[in-house]
Structure formats: C-alpha cells, structure tokens
Write a protein that binds this ligand. Structure first.
Ligand code: HEM
Length: 402
C-alpha cells in the first residue's frame, strides 16, 4: 500500500481511510470522531461522508433509495465500478439474484462444512507445532489459509490456486482503492479464471458452488424464471471469492491477536471452550472487519446533516459497533457479553450472505487453536501489522508459543 498520501489535517474535515494512520488506528480515530464530529466529511474521493454513530449507519443501510450500492468501495477513482451481484445492486435488481444465491449458504449446507474446516485447522496446527523454535505467526501461518482453503473447497477449485486468490484479494482490496490499474487487471484475471471454470462445468457438473451457480434459477419480478446470465454468474463468483477470503482471515487474525495479549480472556476460553461462540460475537463486534461504501443517490440527511447527491458515504459497521449509546463499555472486549446486537455482517437487504460460514470458520479456528496451543503471547507487539482499505484485520501477528 502506498504511504504517499497527503497527510490528514483534521479527521473531521479531511479524513482518509487509505492512509497508514487509519490502518493502524482506525478504532481510535472513529471513537474520536463520534465524540466531536459524528458525521465527518472529506473533500477527498470527490466528496465523502463518514458517520460514526450506530443509528446513522443503520439508517443509511436501510435507506437503499437514497444510498445506493453502486459504489461500495470509496476510492480515488470514483468512475471505476464493477457490477458484482448482489452486493453492487439496488432494488429491484438486488432481490431476485440474492434469493437465487441463498440456498448454498443456509445453516444446513454450512454445517456440513465443519469437518473440512476442522481438518484444515488441524493440519495447519500440526505444521506450526512441528517447528522447534516455538515461534509462529498467527495470521500468516494460520488465519490466512483457513478461508482460502474453504472457499476453494466450496467453489470446487484446486487448493493450489490459493496463493493466487490471496494475491487477487490483496490487489483488489488493499492496492486497488489507490490504484485503479491494479484493480482492473486483478478483476480481469478473476473473470478470465471463472470463465474457464464455467466452461469446464458445462461438461462436468458437480456439487460445488460453481456448478450450483450454473444451475441456479432466478425469478424475475414478473414471475419469469430463468438461468443466470454469464455476466451474473461471473460477477457473483468474483464477489464470493473476494467477500469470503480476507473478511474471515481478518476476523480470525484479530481474534488471535487479542488472545495473544489478553491472558485472562485466553485462559477463560481454554477452560470454557463452550464460551467460544459467544466470544466470536464479541470479536466480530470489537474487531469488525468490513466497512462498505454507498453513493448518495438523492439529497438526504445523515443524523440531521444535509448531504448531496453524487457524494459518497463510508459506511463504517466497525464504528457503529463501538458506539457507547448501543453497547455498554463499547471499547472493552467482554468475552461473555450477554447482549450483543452487533452489525458486523451489515443490516438490511445486503446483510452478509456468508455469515453462517464466517461464524463457523471463526468458531472452529479458535476451538482447534486453543485446544492445542493454549499458551501463546505476542512475540513483538511492535511488529503487528494491520491491513489497509475497507477490510481491516491483523495481517502480521508474530507469537511465542508456550
Ligand atoms: C467475518 C467475516 C465476514 C464479515 C464481517 C462480512 C461482512 C459483510 C457485510 C458487512 C456485508 C454487507 C455489505 C453491505 O451492506 O453493502 C456483507 C455482504 C456479503 N457477504 Fe460477507 N462478511 C464475512 C464473510 C463472508 C463470507 C465467508 C462470504 C461467502 C463465502 C460472504 C459473502 C457475502 C456476500 C455474497 C455479500 C453480499 C450480500 C448482498 O449484497 O445481498 N461474506 N458481508
């Protein structure tokens, strides 16, 4: 990620989520803005707003008429926009294709993935424990591999292509917002890759997600039933690949980073593994990875502040999840928080399609790790690094085991 962005003069009037400072300190920046300027603005990105209160974020997510999903990434190049159904579609186009894609993500289909996730986690841990120096990186050696292997399995793709998937995700989500050429090239490569895969499925259909997308039927508002077009298939597969990887990678990496330097929470989860699903919700709230963009489609208000059509909104689910008006001790991880209506998976029509999968991956990843690596600490807190862009997570988490 380029570090050569103009320095931010005041986060309330000149914010920039693509800076190194934001990558490192986003939670503190968002908390500070909520206190002193809850609907911040910047002239960058052709004009954009950054609301930090839960109620304002929720109101925008529900108001698809005034806040369009045509631009979900807030970048320097406002003209570049891919069509990735259903995430970039507004009503009435959004609903039919979302419904067509729902079945493979339902709770029953997701539960069947558990043995695969467990096997991946155990194999990664075997490799970590086989080392003799007692050092590892919880993000590099563990978190990053789990979603990549699972998505390859789900889509019916060769596991060896995993490195290529990670490269595309990095190019699209970390480099892409500041460099449209990198974004365009990565997307072209992804489309070409899935085009070949779809051609392959035409002759040998299986029970993977790509075969499913080939067979899926969409019901138009007038009742007509049809198969997805090739563009819809390619766009959906591109979206699923990108949405399923660095989100969960971030969430697992940040959870392990937390446990590496919060001994009490780590010991509690080791002693009471049945608490892990509740802890997963708290990690999702506190370290919410995903921030989305919206394009203002018609003049509107955000929390009483007038905003103009054509400008953008950075829709920060992470900021909403740290709003003390909604969560007592919002800036604290309470590992057994009993009431936790976080919105890490979004709200309204675009709520995450893969939330069941993501929760299962996080639960199994933490269960396997804590069962076999119950003692670990940060080897070098200063070496921890966070991703840039709209998906935030710990990318370097060097640890000492034992
Ligand atoms: C911890 C992991 C994850 C988080 C925090 C997360 C978060 C989100 C959020 C906030 C949205 C809403 C976007 C918006 O309002 O514009 C979303 C949508 C979506 N997510 Fe996830 N996600 C995660 C994992 C996954 C996985 C594993 C998959 C698939 C394998 C996935 C697939 C999708 C899809 C397809 C949408 C678009 C839904 C629509 O537009 O109707 N996500 N996700």
């Amino acid at each position: 990620m380029s570090t050569e962005r103009p320095e931010v003069t005041d986060w309330a009037t000149d914010w920039d989520h693509l800076t190194d400072d934001y990558a490192r300190h986003a939670p503190q920046i968002l908390d500070d803005l909520r206190e002193r300027c809850p609907v911040a603005h910047t002239e960058r990105f052709n004009g954009a707003w950054l609301p930090t209160r839960y109620d304002d974020v929720a109101a925008i997510a529900y108001d698809t008429g005034r806040f369009s999903s045509r631009a979900t990434v807030v970048t320097d190049q406002s003209k570049f926009g891919l069509v990735l159904p259903p995430i970039t579609l507004d009503p009435p186009l959004h609903g039919p294709i979302r419904r067509a894609l729902l079945p493979p993500f339902n709770p029953k289909a997701t539960a069947a993935l558990e043995p695969k996730i467990r096997a991946v986690c155990e194999r990664l841990i075997d490799a970590i424990l086989a080392r003799t120096d007692g050092h590892a990186d919880a993000a590099i050696d563990y978190a990053q591999h789990i979603p990549v292997e699972l998505i390859a399995h789900l889509l019916g793709l060769p596991p060896d292509d995993g490195d290529q998937f990670r490269t595309w995700v990095y190019e699209l989500l970390e480099l892409g917002p500041g460099d449209a050429d990198v974004s365009r090239r990565a997307s072209r490569e992804i489309f070409a890759y899935f085009d070949a895969q779809l051609a392959d499925r035409a002759t040998k259909s299986g029970d993977d997600l790509i075969s499913w997308v080939c067979r899926a039927e969409l019901t138009e508002p007038d009742g007509t039933v049809r198969l997805l077009t090739q563009r819809e298939r390619l766009g959906s597969l591109h979206l699923i690949l990108v949405a399923g990887i660095d989100t969960t990678w971030s969430a697992i990496g940040s959870s392990l980073w937390h446990l590496a330097h919060h001994k009490e929470d780590r010991l509690r989860l080791v002693a009471e593994p049945e608490l892990i699903p509740i802890a997963v919700e708290e990690f999702l709230r506190m370290y919410s990875p995903v921030t989305m963009g919206r394009l203002i489609a018609a003049d509107a208000q955000i929390g009483g502040c007038p905003v103009t059509a054509g400008e953008h909104v950075l829709l920060s689910f992470p900021a909403a999840n740290r709003d003390p008006a909604h969560f007592p001790d919002a800036d604290q991880v309470i590992i057994d928080r009993s009431e936790n209506r976080h919105i890490a998976f979004g709200l309204g029509i675009h709520r995450c399609l893969g939330s069941n999968t993501a929760r299962l991956e996080m639960k199994v990843a933490l269960e396997c790790w804590l069962a076999r690596i119950p003692e670990f600490t940060l080897a070098d807190p200063a070496a921890v690094e966070w991703s840039h862009g709209q998906v935030r997570g710990a990318r370097l988490v060097p640890i000492r085991i034992g």
